[in-house]
Structure formats: structure tokens, C-alpha cells
Design a binder for this molecule. Structure first.
Ligand code: UDP
Length: 332
């Protein structure tokens, strides 16, 4: 019996596959390699290259393999791109998930854990954010993730498909081995962009606005290590296999850091100076996003191990400083 990881060549997917294999699981990876990297696929996973929007392809995977649960990361995830090309997000994230769920039901596979996001909440009403707070996404990416959650809810009611939606806050850091890490193209996330400065790839880090209503005027986020996220997926699969009902969980550390604090911590973690410049706000950025993850701790028994921001950034630095062009040997 295997676990099928869709999007297992991507950032969070590849780290989850490493943790699953470390625990002795039999793992099948599917990825279309549009944003994922073949080098990130664990050598012990069985790999199928293909797209979840292709019913014939996804059916063939369920027919070849004996799958007892699915972890679904296969989606587009750039907020900015989703505002310029929303239909790309509806096609891959929403339509892709619809095809996947049809195939799962046809093959009687009825347990799925999938990547949702803090972006489902939009501008939060309360801090820390609880799972039953209002969801009102401010971008198309968050809207498609919320649509995926709702699609699963109705599929559960009609067909008994049990799901766990994991709403991530700010995923960051890299595997302790330093052999896999974050490699997006284009890169839009704060920590890898900060680290491009000491790598000599960027002159300065832009701070997107210093006039927010926060202690130093810059946005506050809840940064969570990718290995801790990976562990939550494994616990969520176990929860479903033990007969757990469909559920939604926030995943964060419950501690907020400003952009300026993240830059200062990166200076300590690298031992290098990092030039910075204040630039205008980025559209759609809430001032403050901090999770309450009490529910994941209570129900799943989740216990993040890498909450220290300097440790998180050090793990990212280990990856980026040894792989300055990501999985490529040199810049294309
Ligand atoms: N940010 C920034 N400069 C950058 C990239 C990001 O100031 O070059 C800020 C961004 O406005 C947000 C925080 O860093 O407040 C985290 O942004 P990221 O894109 O990493 O994650 P998000 O919170 O958007 O999911």
C-alpha cells in the first residue's frame, strides 16, 4: 500500500516525500515538472511524470499502484500571477482537483490531505487566526484554494471522501541535509530573496512598505519550517487512516515577525550584511497574519520542532549557499 504524493517534486511536496520515506513509507510521486524539479524527487519514490488534469493519466496511476491515501500539492501558488492570470489558477487548481477527485472516487481511494493556505482568510478579523474565522480571499490564488476546500466538502457529503485541508502560513527553510530546498522561478518569497543579497545575486532587499500599523511599520508574518509542515501532512494521513472525519487545520508557529526582523535575523544567520531599501507596499498584503495552530496540536498531535527563526533561516542559507542556482548547475 502506497501514499500518492501529487506535486512531490515541488518545495513542500519534496520535503514531505523525504519525511515519509524516512518513516519507511512506500511513496509514489506524480508531478508535471512545470514548477517542480526532477532532482527534488527522492530516489526511493516511484515517479510518474504527468498532469492531474489528464483523467487517463491519473487513472493509469491508480490502476498501476495500490494507493491508500493521497497528499495533494499539485497546484500553482503565486499570488501575483494569480491576479494577472486567474483562469490559469482555476484550470490547474480547481479543474485539476475536480479530475483528481473523480478518479479517486472511481478507484475507491477516499482519503486526501491537501495544501490550503492562510490566503483563504484574506484580511483577518482576529489575531491569531482560528480555523472557523471568516474566509474572504483577497486574491485569486486564495479563492481557488477555498474552492478546492469546498469541492472536497461536497464530495465528502455525496461520496464519503474524507479530507484534511492544511492552511499553511509562511513556509520556509530547507531539509537538514541541505540537498533539497526552495527553488522557485521567479522567486517571490521573502527569505530566499533576502538571501540573494549575501549571495551577490541582488543588490538589496526591497521592504514592501514601512507604513503599516505594526511595531516597526513593516508587515508581520508567521514563518513555519517546511519540515514541520511535512510532519503535519504525515500526521494528517494517519488521522484519516485511523478513521478521522474531514477537517481543516492552520499550520504556523503562532509567532509573528516583521519584515525588518526577518532581515536582521538573516544577518545573524549568515554573518553577512544585507542591504535593504524601502519600496511601496505590494498590493493585497495584509498587515498581519499569525496562526493559531492549537487545533492541529490537539487533534493531530502536531509539535513543530524548528520554531526558532534564526534556525529556520540558517537551514535556508545552508541550501541556498550551496545551491545558488537552485537545482540548476548554473544560471540559465
Ligand atoms: N516582502 C518584502 N519584500 C520582498 C518580498 C516580500 O517586503 O521582496 C514582504 C511581503 O510584503 C510580506 C512578507 O514579506 O509582508 C512575506 O512575503 P512572502 O511573499 O514571502 O509571503 P506571503 O506572506 O505573501 O505569502
Amino acid at each position: 500500500m502506497a501514499i500518492l504524493v501529487l506535486g512531490g517534486a515541488g518545495y513542500i511536496g519534496s520535503h514531505t516525500v523525504y519525511e515519509l520515506i524516512d518513516k519507511g513509507a512506500d511513496v509514489v510521486v506524480v508531478d508535471n515538472l512545470e514548477t517542480g524539479h526532477i532532482e527534488a524527487v527522492h530516489p526511493k519514490a516511484r515517479f510518474y511524470k504527468g498532469d492531474i488534469r489528464s483523467r487517463g493519466f491519473i487513472d493509469s496511476v491508480f490502476e498501476n499502484e495500490e494507493i491508500h491515501a493521497v497528499i495533494h500539492f499539485a497546484a500553482n501558488s503565486l499570488v501575483g500571477e494569480s491576479m494577472v492570470d486567474p483562469l490559469k489558477y482555476y484550470d490547474n487548481n480547481v479543474y485539476g482537483t475536480k479530475v483528481l477527485l473523480e478518479s479517486m472516487i472511481a478507484h475507491d481511494v477516499k482519503k486526501i490531505v491537501f495544501s490550503s493556505t492562510a490566503a483563504t482568510y484574506g484580511e483577518p478579523e482576529n489575531i491569531p487566526i482560528l480555523e472557523d474565522d471568516k474566509t474572504c480571499p483577497t486574491n485569486a490564488y486564495g479563492e481557488t484554494k477555498l474552492a478546492m476546500e469546498k469541492m472536497m466538502k461536497w464530495t465528502d457529503i455525496a461520496h464519503g471522501l474524507k479530507y484534511v485541508a492544511l492552511r499553511y502560513f509562511n513556509a520556509c527553510g530547507a531539509h537538514e541535509s541541505g540537498c533539497i530546498g526552495e527553488a522557485h522561478s521567479p522567486e517571490t518569497h521573502l527569505i530566499p530573496l533576502i538571501l540573494q543579497v549575501p549571495l551577490g545575486q541582488r543588490e538589496f532587499i526591497s521592504i514592501f512598505g514601512d507604513d503599516y500599523d505594526t511595531k516597526d511599520g513593516t508587515c508581520i508574518r508567521d514563518y513555519i519550517h517546511v519540515t514541520d509542515l511535512a510532519q503535519a501532512h504525515i500526521l494528517a494521513v494517519k488521522y484519516l487512516l485511523d478513521g478521522g472525519e474531514s477537517n481543516t487545520f492552520n499550520l504556523g508557529n503562532g509567532v509573528g515577525f516583521t519584515v525588518k526582523e526577518v532581515i536582521e535575523t538573516a544577518k545573524k544567520a549568515t554573518g553577512l550584511d544585507i542591504a535593504q531599501r524601502i519600496t511601496p507596499r505590494r498590493a493585497g498584503d495584509p498587515a498581519r497574519l499569525i496562526a493559531s495552530s492549537d487545533k492541529a496540536k490537539e487533534v493531530l498531535g502536531w509539535n513543530p520542532q524548528h520554531a526558532d527563526l534564526e534556525e529556520i533561516i540558517s537551514s535556508a542559507w545552508k541550501w541556498h549557499s550551496t545551491h545558488p542556482h537552485g537545482f540548476k548547475k548554473q544560471e540559465a
